[in-house]
Write a new protein. Structure first.
Length: 194
């Protein structure tokens, strides 16, 4: 065995060139990733390398949204999917414990309701499960799954306010499952770990 220990054994110059170029490609990719990370640290206010002179530039579509492929985007999508499942759970509880309303007594805009329950009864049942009842009620009303009078409901004061389930439970399940699936599909399955 003669020669330098750094030389590639064999006389095939193509093999040597491909090994050399693959190593060069790896080094180049690493340098690019390191430079991108360094640039990101300069515009991130919470990093130790923040540079006041560097200002991030965003388009209108990017402003206020996480970097695509980042863990922040992934966590946001997972949180949105979790909220959809909590909305479905709340509607299932209203469906299970609520009563069928007398449709002849309801105004025309509430004729499609399937169940009704008083806020006080719902509060008593749901606080065992979660402490986010009022926020979830507002969210389900925004998605037109429930309806209640007033801006926000408070314990004791609004115990007699009826909460209406606006759609059949099968439709609500399908809607919430579809929303959760869309949220999870909106991000890449394996986000970059920054």
């Amino acid at each position: 065995m003669s020669g330098n220990f750094l030389t590639i054994p064999g006389n095939d110059s193509i093999q040597r060139r491909s090994r050399s170029s693959s190593l060069t490609d790896l080094i180049s990719a690493f340098d690019t990733k390191a430079q991108t990370h360094s640039d990101l640290q300069k515009v991130t206010a919470f990093s130790g390398h923040f540079d006041k002179n560097q200002k991030p530039t965003f388009s209108k579509d990017e402003y206020g949204k996480p970097i695509p492929g980042s863990m922040t985007e992934y966590r946001g999508a997972e949180a949105q999917a979790r909220v959809c499942s909590e909305m479905k759970e709340l509607c299932e509880i209203i469906n299970e414990y609520g009563k069928v309303p007398c449709k002849s007594l309801l105004p025309p805009e509430l004729q499609s309701t399937s169940k009704v329950i008083s806020f006080g009864e719902l509060f008593t049942i749901y606080t065992i499960i979660s402490d986010k009842l009022v926020g979830l009620l507002l969210r389900t009303r925004k998605h037109q799954l429930t309806f209640f009078e007033g801006e926000v409901l408070f314990q004791k004061r609004d115990d007699d306010v009826p909460v209406f389930l606006m759609q059949p439970i099968a439709d609500i399940r399908a809607y919430c499952d579809n929303k959760a699936l869309q949220a999870r599909r909106s991000v890449s399955p394996m986000p970059d770990r920054l």
